[in-house]
Design a protein around this ligand. Sequence first.
Ligand code: C2O
Ligand code: CU
Length: 469
Amino acid sequence: MMIKRRQFIASSAMLAIAPMLTESIAFAKSNERRLTAASAAIPLLGSGAPATKVWAYNASVPGPALRFRPGEVFDLAFHNELDRPSTVHWHGLRVPNAMDGVPVLTQAPVMPGQQFRYAFELKNPGTFWYHPHFQSAEQLDRGLHGVIIVEEDESPPVDRDLVWVLDDWRLDGEGQIANDFGDLHDVSHQGRFGNTASVNGRVPSDFTVRSGERIRLRLVNVANAWIFGLDFAGHTPMVVAYDGHAVEPHPPADGLVVVGPSQRVDLILDMGGAPGERFEVVDRYYPRRSFKLMDIVYERAALRTASLSDAIALPRPDLPQPSLASAERHEITFSGGAMGGLRSAQFDGRETGIRELARAGKVWAVNGVVAARHDEPPVLRLDYGRSYIIDFVNETAFPHPIHLHGHPMKLLAVNGSLASRDTWRDTLLMASRSRATVALVADNPGRWMLHCHIPEHQEAGMMAVVEVA
Ligand code: C2O
Ligand code: CU
């Protein structure tokens, strides 16, 4: 769905009455390790507008940010007080398979009124997040998501360490979530797009900073389909981590910080503006839909006159290094969708024509198979402990954020051009008709999901299972 100009004007009018940007989201107290999913209402559009009915973890959107010191153990009881089953997936964390939160594949869905205890060791520092993996298109979109931060042993000194949870909402005229989940146009095109963007569960307005301040900004895109491309005009953000894993600090390509659905980008921002100055943060990913997300507003008094000069690199990621010389090579192809030219695919065990697939609402395929359920026979079987190179090929007319569970992937090349720095990803944002080459060590046994993180695509067939044994 293209966003209509009118709707944007409506949402910028709402900006005027929106409160100051909530700079910090609520962090869970360390003894509060209970996550309850239930209906709630939030002041998404600000206090002057009607509250928006949502589904939320612990009654807030985003849910409580779970923050851990290195070496701490993750241990949390999930209570399902929704009227339908759910599970929680710890996106990007290298968890044991049984803790991965995928219905049927790794656990039985948690039924209404039931609970499930998730407990595991935390292996790597970084910015991660959590969300349901059951009927994700609707459960995620209605507000069920939260951030997980695992601190580094040592990290560069900053004045503030902030999180921006980026999201979008498809709201009706009353400020309520539009009920058209599963719309076949959304499913077969770019997914469910909203008409209102939010940061930390609010339509943002001003972000107040001080001259000379150094901010670590953790961007987390929890939208179903919206790709954010943030332009911090007048500033030079430095990327220090992708999907939680440290990368050599660098300014983003073309000055645009691109965060696809489910991806994270950690930035170090030196606030070099003068006291009293004002700048815009503009989302320019979609050139015809660019809009101002918020203003950066400098306070009257400077914090310091020159920026800090400490090094900003995070400690190098401690991840299993694939051996490229001995790696076995595989190819995974994504096809289907509108204008994708798919004629038929395997569905429920038989070759099925596109008309019949479309009638079943299943229009995307992975290596020629349209997934009917979470526990499909594996598309790949990997030997435990072995290194692999995987070529992902997006043959479709749309971009897709391709997510692999349990194993961060080292990016080797995009469309044949070699990656210029060590980059680890749990989600690759693949452009339409492109190829991405990654390497990994199959070091985590079990059956893992590989899927597009646009849940409308995932639920319409764009998922597969990778087995490590
Ligand atoms: Cu964040 Cu399988 O998902
Ligand atoms: Cu997709």
